[in-house]
Design a binder for this molecule. Structure first.
Ligand code: HEM
Length: 183
């Protein structure tokens, strides 16, 4: 089934989730790695790759938002009011991150005088030209948020594992497409 139902995720949302998750985790890892590299052509290549993958994540996020309008997500399975709020908050932050991280990266690059292209297929427009102050603010946001997001992703994964191993409910299974029954 492509669409979500009231209790299960459909193929489109599942594929989008796992592709975005891999990109998100990969982008954080690559971001930290390339930052530590010595200046040179290899580092530049890694930056290009990071930018291209970041645009990819942003495009997936746009598809996700469009798809949410067509086919809303199933309601979260919650065991307490606290976990209900926490689960929504963590997912809300991840949503925001998938929008804000690519945008702050784009602003950071262009105000620093660098192009942002998607695998050399197209280049993003330069909205604000070179600007040292905006460049530093965007760099601060992009860098700090990147580290904070490691904790948020860890919390998200811990939540999914707790549902699976402790509550033994369908939360993880339905994101893997293994929950065939409508509860
Ligand atoms: C191994 C890593 C991950 C696991 C095991 C995992 C697991 C899950 C599960 C089980 C759900 C469904 C929760 C529910 O039904 O209430 C979910 C939803 C979600 N996850 Fe993850 N996740 C992982 C990584 C990530 C990453 C890195 C992101 C960041 C982009 C992310 C973003 C989301 C979002 C935004 C949702 C809400 C549903 C949606 O709109 O797709 N996940 N995740």
């Amino acid at each position: 089934m492509l669409k979500n139902s009231e209790q299960n995720y459909g193929l489109v949302s599942r594929a989008n989730h796992w592709l975005s998750a891999a990109l998100f985790i990969g982008l954080i890892g690559l971001g930290i790695y390339m930052h530590e590299m010595e200046k040179g052509p290899e580092r530049l290549e890694m930056y290009q790759l990071h930018k291209s993958l970041g645009i990819g994540l942003f495009m997936l996020m746009m598809v996700r938002l469009l798809w949410l309008k067509i086919s809303p997500n199933p309601e979260q399975i919650s065991n307490s009011k606290f976990e209900h709020i926490l689960g929504h908050a963590v997912k809300g932050i991840l949503y925001l991150a998938m929008i804000m991280m690519p945008i702050s990266g784009w602003i950071m690059s262009t105000t620093g005088g660098h192009d942002v292209s998607f695998f050399n297929l197209f280049t993003l427009p330069v909205l604000i030209g070179e600007n040292e102050m905006i460049h530093e603010i965007a760099e601060e946001i992009h860098g700090t948020a990147g580290y904070l997001l490691i904790a948020i992703v860890a919390l998200h994964i811990a939540g999914a594992l707790k549902h699976h191993l402790v509550y033994k409910d369908a939360t993880l299974l339905r994101m893997l497409g293994k929950n065939k029954k409508e509860i």
